[in-house]
Write a protein that binds this ligand. Structure first.
Ligand code: HEC
Length: 116
């Protein structure tokens, strides 16, 4: 019994150390202008929900490239991009249930205005 407890505390500890180092070593996404609260929120959402697939700078990975104008070229219409993020497409998850309308708008603005 005690050894089980020991095992789980060690496992939990290692998990935390791993997560922590993964967070610190990950490259930062481009900073949102601090006077635009919506873009600041968008950056937070991007880091926690999108960067793992689209890369911290939007350079792509599992997900398509978003930076260097790619997302603007694919989605000239803001509303169409919001719809894609809500509904998902193939390997792109749908976020309608896990993000609020405001969060989706904020992250969409972030990908269009800050990632470059
Ligand atoms: C699990 C990986 C994953 C995550 C997490 C993810 N995406 Fe994607 N995303 C993809 C994939 C894969 C595609 C390409 C879908 C396809 O093949 O049609 C994509 C496509 C897109 C596109 C369309 C790009 C284009 O040129 O058509 C946008 C915009 C986008 N994602 C935004 C986001 C945003 C914003 C988030 C965070 C809220 C996010 N993605 C999170 C994997 C992901």
């Amino acid at each position: 019994m005690t050894s089980m407890v020991k095992f789980f505390s060690i496992a939990t500890f290692c998990g935390c150390v791993f997560l922590f180092s993964a967070c610190v070593t990950r490259e930062a996404s481009p900073a949102a202008p601090s006077d635009d609260a919506e873009l600041v929120q968008g950056q937070k959402v991007y880091n926690s929900k999108c960067a793992s697939c689209h890369g911290s700078a939007g350079e792509g990975g599992v997900g398509l490239q978003l930076n260097e104008g790619a997302v603007l070229a694919a989605y000239p219409e803001f509303a169409a991009q919001v719809a894609l993020v809500k509904e998902g497409r193939d390997a792109m998850p749908a976020f309608a249930d896990s993000l609020s309308e405001e969060e989706i708008k904020a992250v969409t603005r972030y990908t269009r205005e800050v990632l470059e």
